[in-house]
Unconditional design. Structure first.
Length: 178
C-alpha cells in the first residue's frame, strides 16, 4: 500500500449492516445494498438473519475509479432456508448465478448451459447435451425401468416375474417347473 491507493468508506445502518460503499471523497456510491425488513413495519426483530434483497452497483468503470453517479447494475438475491445465497437474478429475472450447497455447507456454482460442468459454456456443452438427451444418446437405448415394472404388474399371477425365470424360459426342454 502507498498513498495512491484508494480509500473506501463502508456505511452501516443501525443494525451494523453495510448499506453502501463510497470511494474516498466521492459523492456518488460504488454500491448500495437493500436488506429484507422482517417484522412489524420493517423494523421488527422477528428474524436474526440479515438477508440482502438487492445490490445496486456502479459498473461503468473500474472499481478503483470514481463512480459516475449512475448505478447501472441491479442484482436480486434469493436465500435458502439457512440464509445461504442460493441464486442471484438480474432486473429481467434471469438467473445470473445459481448455488447449491453440500451437506457440510460448501457452496458449488451451477451455471446454466455448462452441461459437462467444466466451468466454461462452449460448443462441447452443446455436444454433451445432445449426446445425453437425443435419440442418439445412451439414455435412449436403455429400457425405462418404470415400463419394465409396469409389464410385471400386468403379468398373470400364475407366471413368475421375468427376473426369476431361467434364461431360456419355462418349457421347451427346460424343467423349470416348481
Amino acid at each position: 500500500m502507498d498513498g495512491s491507493d484508494p480509500v473506501y468508506h463502508f456505511c452501516y445502518d443501525d443494525k451494523w449492516r453495510v448499506v453502501g460503499v463510497w470511494r474516498g471523497a466521492d459523492t456518488d456510491p460504488k454500491e448500495l445494498f437493500i436488506y429484507h425488513a422482517a417484522g412489524v413495519a420493517g423494523h421488527g426483530g422477528s428474524s436474526y438473519i440479515d438477508s440482502v434483497v438487492l445490490r445496486d452497483r456502479d459498473n461503468t468503470d473500474k472499481w478503483h475509479n470514481a463512480a459516475d453517479g449512475t448505478l447501472e447494475t441491479r442484482h436480486y438475491y434469493a436465500q435458502n432456508w439457512r440464509a445461504d445465497v442460493s441464486a442471484i437474478f438480474d432486473n429481467a429475472g434471469a438467473v445470473i448465478e445459481w448455488q447449491k450447497y453440500s451437506a457440510y455447507g460448501v457452496p458449488f456454482l451451477l451455471t446454466h448451459g455448462d452441461h459437462n460442468k467444466d466451468g466454461v459454456v462452449n460448443s462441447s456443452d452443446e455436444d454433451a447435451f445432445y449426446e445425453d438427451y437425443t435419440v442418439h444418446g445412451p439414455r435412449s437405448k436403455q429400457r425405462d425401468p418404470c415400463h419394465v415394472k409396469a409389464e410385471e404388474r400386468r403379468r398373470p399371477c400364475h407366471q413368475p416375474p421375468s427376473r426369476l425365470a431361467p434364461p431360456r424360459g419355462f418349457g421347451q426342454g427346460n424343467s423349470g417347473t416348481r
